[in-house]
Ligand binder design. Sequence first.
Ligand SMILES: [Ca+2]
Length: 764
Amino acid sequence: MLVCVQVDKQQQSKDSVYFRDGMRRIDFVLSYIDDKDGEKKQDRRKEFEANLEKAGLELETEDKSESEDGRTYFLKIHVPWEVLATYADVLKIKVPFKTNDITDKKDVPMSWLCTPYRLPEHVMQPEPDYFTATFDKSKIDFFLIEDKETFFPPSTRNRIVYYILSRCPYSKEDKDKKGIKRLLNNGTYAAAFPLHDSRYWTRSRDANCESERYALYKYWARFSRFYKEQPLNLIRKYYGEKIGIYFAWLGFYTEMLTYAAVVGLLCFIYGVASFDENVWSKEICNKTIGGQIVMCPLCDKKCGYWMLSTTCSSSWQSYLFDNTATVFFAIFMGIWVTLFLEFWKRRQARLEYEWDLVDMEEEQQQLQLRPEYETKCTHRRLNRVTQEMEPYLPLTSKFARSVLSGATVLFWISLIIASIIGVIAYRLAVFAAFASIMKDSPTNKLDVVGSLITPQLATSVTASCINFVIIMILNFLYERVAIKITDMEVPKTHVEYENKLTVKMFLFQFVNYYSSCFYVAFFKGKFVGYPGDYAYMFGKWRNEECEPGGCLIELTTQLVIVMVGKQVWGNIQEALVPWLCNWWVSRSARNHPESLYSRWEQDHDLQSFSQLGLFYEYLEMVIQFGFITLFVASFPLAPLLALMNNILEVRVDAWKFTTQFRRPVAAKVHNIGAWNEILNMIAVFSVVTNVMLCIYPIQSQWAAIFLLQRPGSSWGFGALLKGTSVVVLKVKRALYIHSPHLQPLPDLRLKLTTFGLRVRLSNH
Ligand SMILES: [Ca+2]
């Protein structure tokens, strides 16, 4: 008998997501290490687990002797049908009651063209389409329940367990001491996570197990699948709507980037092709024109006069990014941004229908009060609508907290601005030094080193690097501060918490990443004064001048360094770091392949998915979105760079979620939240910056020398660009008029039927 059990266990434990009886599914796992002086912790655990059992959960503990390191206990949690039904009712979870019998299959012409990008149907549609209604415990017969054990999908089950865990008290004396989060913070438990359903590289041996993780890895989370569509329904089923919407958005953004990248590339090719017709550069390089023009010294003491023709080659370089096509591209991007936002709104609305999020009610949000809010708000008041007492924060306290957090954000933003002024001072000081090194060589040495490296370029490259390092350090510190002050504000719901944090972090990041670009684009070289009457910073350093070709080429350098640096660094941080950590943690298990390495231990060794995990993913992409829209007039290749990064990004993120992280608790959201408004804000901003970028180069020195003598060549563009905003508005209006989501979609009809049924149901 003993042998039999042993064999059974051996067979099961590598893959099984069930209790020892092989029947009850493990919905959540808690782990802890039993340390010697942990009596207090032991008491808390005892009380907590007793309360969990009181709430109806079933527990099973794996002894530490079973674990790989011999120190870790694993507590497995199963939630039985009764509890599921109760909480599904409380949380107003929607469940199927009828299969969708309305078929609206459209035959898309030329659909065979898309076949290489398609995934098999069972991956794209992992479950049939249902009509759904809010679960009601008293009307169980109404719903499509075949098997009570599998009626609620794993993502719903883990959501329910997490809801219970985050509200379960753990102290007899103090009723306010509750929730798994606090227990994790004070080290009572080491980890709490739902289980992945199989190993990612192979199907589970257990026939009852869906092995969705394996399917995700096979069809989605590999780089070799980069040209395939994403199985969004499966992602949503496995990870929940929140992560599903992120990947839908990322995929959509990448798709739209393709158009911008192609047009940007064409503009660049135009620059290369029309290279020979570049009159400015020809005249600068011409010995009788550029060779005759003597320019004033770039710095006060050591610099000498120089010939305009020495900047011959750099003027050719800057022509590549600064020509007529650039202006066209800036206008194009203005329209592109508008289309992007409008089409995303539609896509999002579609997803809301398809994923059944349309009538995710407000009261449901109310029910999802953050446990921290419940405990920190000691005041209670009567809600007149529900006639229930609910916690609230007094207005004065709320106000004080908001002011304090606002002040903190301002303080940190001013810190960045101070550091940027520091970098400018560095530029001025170093530029004087560089210029004096090259001072004797306007005619001879510059041909050797100076033809590629002008003092301006050398300064701007080093300054960009320093700037990048400062950006990274400030980022690191501010992240911690932002979380602290958002906690302090005690937002009511998770959604509110995230939106507050999003806005805080974004404001900071916006200044942090873009300010140096703004400086180069709009301030540098604009306040230099005139020969004989130069302007000085702090009365000491002469204000910087742009390169003779204008500041645009410097902006391009800056953009490339920050953008490429950030993307390379981001991918290293995102993929390499978790991979290395996992590799290190699981090394002992790999060394003993004969030993049992159970499902929960494998997942325990993975990286934990932080609550803010998705926030950083969005932030990274939105900052990139800013780079390609705000300064696109200076660098038409930026969308192409972004596109290449994003094709990689989709798969890196997918790979990371599927293989390197523990399974996140499924969460529901309507849309991408505060990011929608932030994207809109960037879009408005980008029209302004691009207009300005296209007007400003006129002030460059060449222009001063050549253009003003030839009026009419570039001046029209400013007006043209002001026209862009008009065009953008027109496009927007046209889209509204022809918007299909104003007409009732077939989907909408379905939902209305559902709604009617629900009304009838609740009237029973
Ligand atoms: Ca990412």
